[in-house]
Write a protein that binds this ligand. Structure first.
Ligand code: SAH
Length: 473
């Protein structure tokens, strides 16, 4: 059915539909005649009435407006912000159920997109031991006028204290939900955020106004390590030095767990911090994370897997799949700050890490120095340009390739070079099973899937990590 002859369905209510499954993007799926309807917050097995909100060419999008039957896989969401905040959209599904869908997403991708129709070892998905307070980094936005919930608007009472320090409402860059308690980062994360908010209001330090594009305070980034030490990065407009100083001092003095304080000045319209220079204000320059006695330095802008404990499990699986004996030359593609490279270096002859962010590469080198490892080299640049026959001639052809690309997967030229490298094994770590499966298909003339294990790094979200071992045919 084309989009135009679906238009009459706009705002229509479709009654008594059964939620049939969960789509890769995390929405629930229902079917009506021959059409697919995507809805948020549905659980397979629910019987509901759906109001159609969008008509697309291939599908419809709707909202659940009434429940006739609630699915047995449902559970009570624990967070008061559930349903409005974009953060943990799967809280209404039991954790068991979440893992089931994540597992299915990985195996379906490998079989359907990867066209793997031969047997391989499927190791069951590894759930996260911590399903709450598992993140080590959060970013909040200051806003002079918070997003009001439908209840508040309908309540009709006069609403004061409009300032918000919280998360963007999904799809609205200029609307911010004030957060009271977030279940993602361990305490004192909430305590710090609420303290900062209170201090700013009391001292008349302005929150960012998205309409006039003024107001000193813009964002705050809170990072922590497993030891419970915190780093705070305040993003603000330039100017008003006294106020800047007073709030930074407040942060430094009020929270003993905060061992490092930075700020960044942002006079741009957008809130991206990628091009901002961190200025050290107080305390240590880094946080340090530890794994098996290895140390990793985390600066204000460093990439580090956001669920530290589960990252350790992920790296152990990747290392186990690689089965290193100490003789191998290993390439770690998309190495970031060299975490996996450092992690496997003691079991390898030599590790070559490649990554395009220069700053990350210098952190990777620093990490291996810190760990007194001398068998690692790092190269900076775009993978498709760095990984060439000449590069492999210079550094040696890899025995094992570990690769951990971003969501888009690998560039065709990179896949071509991987095939040309004739590496015995490829350990493919991915945060996007669909692009991973696409790449596996491209590699299928030379490599076969031997093992697959999904890992859940992000409970209550639709995201899943997948580790695949490929061996040369
Ligand atoms: N393996 C690391 C980081 C993985 S994230 C860890 O576990 O910590 C993916 C990394 O790929 C990021 O650091 C990103 O900067 C890098 N990257 C993305 N596209 C790239 C490209 N075209 N060439 C090289 N590196 C790239």
């Amino acid at each position: 059915m084309s989009r135009s002859n679906k238009r009459h369905l706009f705002n229509k209510v479709i009654e008594n539909v059964t939620i049939a499954g969960v789509a890769a993007e995390g929405k629930a799926i229902a079917r009506h005649n021959d059409m697919v309807i995507f809805v948020n917050y549905g659980a397979p097995g629910d019987v509901v009435d759906i109001q159609i909100k969008k008509t697309r060419r291939r599908h419809l999008e709707g909202e659940i407006i009434k429940f006739h039957k609630k699915s047995a896989s449902r559970t009570e969401p624990f967070c008061e912000h559930f349903g409005i905040c974009g953060g943990c959209k799967w809280q209404h599904l039991s954790y068991e159920e979440q893992l089931k869908y994540k597992q299915k997403q990985v195996t379906d991708s490998i079989e359907r997109i990867g066209k793997v129709n031969y047997p391989f070892e499927l190791i069951p998905i590894l759930g996260s031991q911590q399903t709450q307070f598992y993140r080590n980094k959060l970013e909040y936005t200051f806003a002079s006028r918070r997003w009001l919930t439908p209840d508040e608007i309908q309540g009709g009472e006069e609403i004061s204290n409009l300032e918000a320090l919280g998360y963007h409402i999904p799809g609205f860059y200029d609307k911010v939900l004030d957060i009271k308690k977030c279940w993602l980062q361990p305490e004192p994360s909430n305590h710090i955020r609420l303290g900062i908010k209170e201090f700013a209001i009391k001292n008349h330090i302005d929150f960012y106004d998205f309409r006039t594009k003024t107001g000193l305070l813009r964002n705050i980034i809170i990072r922590n390590n497993e030891k419970g030490e915190f780093m705070l990065i305040l993003v603000l407009f330039s100017g008003e030095e006294e106020k800047r100083e007073s709030i930074l001092k407040y942060i430094q003095k009020s929270f003993p767990e905060v061992i490092s304080v930075y700020y960044m000045l942002n006079d741009k319209q957008n809130s991206s911090i990628a091009d901002l220079e961190p200025v050290h204000f107080a305390g240590t320059f880094y946080l340090t994370e530890e794994m098996e006695g290895l140390q990793f330095r985390i600066g204000p802008k460093s990439f580090y897997q956001t669920n530290s404990r589960q990252a350790y499990e992920l790296y152990k699986i990747a290392r186990e799949f690689a089965r290193l004996t100490g003789k191998e030359l290993v390439y770690d593609l998309y190495t970031g700050t060299g975490t996996i490279a450092n992690f496997v270096a003691r079991q390898a002859r030599k590790v070559v890490g490649i990554e395009y962010i220069e700053e990350a590469v210098s952190h990777a080198r620093e990490n291996s120095r810190l760990n007194k490892l001398d068998n690692l080299v790092f190269a900076a640049g775009d993978m498709a340009k760095v990984l060439t026959p000449e590069f492999m001639e210079q550094h040696g052809k890899p025995d094992v390739i570990i690769t951990d690309p971003p969501r888009a997967g690998m560039h065709p030229d990179v896949l071509k070079q991987i095939i040309a490298s004739e590496a015995e094994k490829i350990v493919y770590v991915s945060c996007n099973p669909a692009t991973q499966a696409r790449d596996i298909e491209i590699l299928s003339g030379s490599y076969k899937v031997k093992k697959v294990q999904a890992v859940d790094m992000f409970p209550h979200t639709q995201h899943v990590e997948s580790v695949v071992l490929l061996e040369k045919i």
